[in-house]
Design a protein around this ligand. Structure first.
Ligand code: ADP
Length: 163
C-alpha cells in the first residue's frame, strides 16, 4: 500500500489545501493529513478544531485519515509506515523554505521521499494567514475556504479578533 503524509498547520484549512488533498489522494492508496501540534506557533484554532474542519471537508473521500503530530515529521511518517511526504508549492519562497526542510528530512531519514505538488493557479495566492488577515478587517473569506467550514472559520476568527 502506497501511503503519503501531507503535513501542515491548517490554521485554518483553505481551498488551496483541499485541492492538494484531493489531488494527492487520487495518486496514493492512503493519504494521512497530519496537523501540526506545535505550541510555539500559537494557532488561532485549537488542534481539535483544525482536525474537525479537515474531516468536515474530506468526509466523502475514502482514503483519507486526519491525525495530529508533534516532534519530528520524519518520525511521524515512519511510525505511520508511509514512504512519501507531500508538500504544496505556491511560489519561489515556498520552494526555498521547503527545499531546506526536505534536505534536512532526507538527511534524517533517507528512505522517505518528499514530493512537491504545484498549487492550482487559482489558489496559488491563498494562505491561512491571508484568510486571517482578510477576516480581521471584515473582508469576505467565502471564496478562500471550503464551503463546509465557512461558518466555523468566520465564528472562530471573529471570536479571536474580539479578544
Ligand atoms: P500556510 O503555509 O498557509 O501557513 P500550512 O503550513 O498549513 O499553511 O501549509 C501546509 C502545506 O500546504 C505546505 O506544504 C504549503 O506549502 C501548502 N499550501 C498552503 N497553501 C497552499 C495553496 N494555496 N495551494 C497549494 N498548497 C498550499
Amino acid at each position: 500500500m502506497l501511503k503519503a503524509v501531507y503535513p501542515g498547520s491548517f490554521d485554518p484549512m483553505t481551498k488551496g489545501h483541499l485541492d492538494i488533498i484531493m489531488r494527492a489522494s487520487n495518486n496514493f492508496d492512503k493519504l494521512i493529513v497530519a496537523v501540526l501540534n506545535n505550541i510555539n506557533k500559537s494557532p488561532v484554532f485549537t488542534l481539535e478544531e483544525r482536525i474537525d474542519m479537515i474531516k468536515d471537508c474530506t468526509r466523502n473521500m475514502g482514503n483519507i485519515e486526519v491525525k495530529s503530530f508533534s516532534g519530528l515529521l520524519v518520525d511521524f511518517v515512519e511510525k505511520e509506515k508511509a514512504k512519501v511526504v507531500i508538500k504544496g508549492l505556491r511560489d519561489i519562497s515556498d520552494f526555498q523554505y521547503e527545499l531546506q526542510m526536505s534536505m534536512m528530512n532526507k538527511m534524517l531519514k533517507p528512505e522517505i521521499e518528499t514530493m512537491f505538488m504545484l498549487a492550482a493557479p487559482q489558489y496559488s495566492f491563498y494562505s491561512s494567514s491571508a484568510v486571517k488577515e482578510v477576516a480581521k478587517y471584515d473582508g469576505r473569506i467565502d471564496e478562500l475556504v471550503p464551503f463546509e467550514i465557512i461558518d466555523t472559520v468566520k465564528k472562530g476568527l471573529s471570536k479571536a479578533n474580539n479578544f
